[in-house]
Design a protein around this ligand. Structure first.
Ligand SMILES: [Zn+2]
Length: 406
């Protein structure tokens, strides 16, 4: 027996009575994603909206059972509940804040889609009502910022005029003659939602009674998804929450930048330019310091070993990896010199040589890493590595020194 869909005629019906037509424990594949025992309930009539047409299902109570999901099963509507009702006569009560939110978003979507189509010739090919954000996918040319703003403003104008939203019934032919936005090829009597003098669209969803109840539409980002343009938007209570949250973020950013909210963009631009300049200066100073320290190290290490090789080995504390690079490059400018460098915190290794030293620091690094553990590689004259355990940095340099002497 078909379930009578009370929401078709009155989407504001929050409570209803009904008779249980069928009740059984659902097998796990039907109650997928829901833990515990789940009963499937079919009633003779219901105000519970099942997931369909881009609108998520209602939640709520049937007697003292929680409604976990509502599904459209053709003629019947299946309610998934966590408890079996004690009597065949039941009271149902839908979670109204959730439903009203869905109605605000859904009617808002019809209106926004109508404005995109009418004013900018962009048809809506799909609609999604998410937990946070709603989206419509538009087909056609890329909507510019002016398009998005224009559609938003036109839709909000219709909201301010508080026009009636009516339910219409008719065959596909009749609706087509009335100028329906999207033609459908279904037999029989179709249901359509009319926003007076703005839109007519076949739809089985739940809608507000007047456009004023949408509250406000905020159009947000637009991004390309496959061949279409996905436009994010929020309506009503969501628009209020999103606008409030955005302002809080803006205020927090302004506080961090020590400026007024309207000054955030120029202040952030200045702060980033300053950061870039500082970074350049820092790199230049780092390089000069590394070179100076390398020159001192060469002087201190003036005496070459018996084979004429000079080995500069050093473990640095609190320097960035770049510092090793600058230091090594400077040391390796001196003839017959090898640099064996490391950082103590990160366990970075850098081995370099003047070509006249005539070793292979890449092979040397690999042998050290084999013994001490870590990864790395490079060229004959310059190689970098990283120890698996930074605490072994002393050991790594010792092994490197002894291998060089061989
Ligand atoms: Zn719809």
């Amino acid at each position: 027996m078909a379930t009578r869909r009370l929401y078709y005629d009155d989407s504001f019906e929050k409570e209803f009575t009904a008779r249980v037509m069928h009740c059984e424990v659902l097998p796990p594949d039907l109650s997928k994603g829901i833990t515990g025992t789940v009963w499937g309930l079919i009633l003779d009539r219901t105000a519970f909206y099942p997931t369909s047409g881009g609108q998520p299902n209602d939640l709520g109570k049937i007697e003292d059972a929680n409604v976990l999901d509502v599904r459209d099963e053709g003629d019947e509507i299946l309610h998934l509940v966590d408890r079996r009702p004690a009597s065949p006569e039941v009271n149902g009560c839908i979670n109204w804040p959730r439903r009203f939110d869905h109605m605000q978003q859904h009617t808002g979507q019809h209106l926004l889609s109508a404005m995109f189509q009418e004013r900018f010739g962009l048809p809506t090919v799909s609609f999604h009502l998410g937990a946070e954000i709603c989206t419509i996918d538009l087909r056609g040319i890329e909507p510019s910022d002016a398009f998005l703003e224009g559609a938003e403003r036109a839709a909000n104008q219709v909201i301010f005029e508080d026009r009636p939203v009516n339910v219409r019934y008719g065959t596909a032919d009749q609706l087509s003659r009335l100028g329906v936005r999207k033609e459908v090829e279904r037999e029989g009597i179709l249901r359509a939602i009319e926003i007076e003098s703005a839109d007519l669209q076949p739809c089985g969803g739940t809608h507000v009674k007047r456009t004023g109840q949408i509250g406000l539409i905020l159009v947000r980002r637009c991004a390309k998804v496959r061949q279409d343009w996905r436009v994010e938007f929020v309506c009503g209570g969501r628009a209020e929450r999103v606008a409030r949250r955005d302002f809080q973020w803006l205020q927090q950013a302004a506080e961090k930048l020590s400026c007024a909210p309207e000054e955030v963009v120029p202040a952030a631009t200045r702060a980033l330019a300053e950061r870039d300049t500082n970074f350049k200066n820092y790199r230049a100073v780092l390089e000069r310091l590394a070179k100076a320290e390398a020159a001192l190290a060469l002087v201190a290490q003036a005496a070459p070993g018996p084979d004429g090789l000079r080995v500069v080995s050093r473990i640095f504390e609190n320097v960035p990896a770049d510092y090793l690079g600058f230091f090594a490059t400077e040391v390796a400018k001196a003839e017959k010199t090898i640099a064996l460098l490391a950082t103590s915190e990160e366990g970075q290794l850098l081995f370099a040589q003047h070509p006249s030293a005539d070793k292979d620091v890449n092979a040397l690094l690999k042998r050290v890493l084999e013994q001490v553990g870590g990864k790395g590689g490079g060229r004959r004259d310059f190689a970098r590595g990283k120890l698996g355990d930074a605490a072994k940095v002393q050991e790594a340099i010792k092994v490197g020194e002894s291998l060089v002497q061989k």
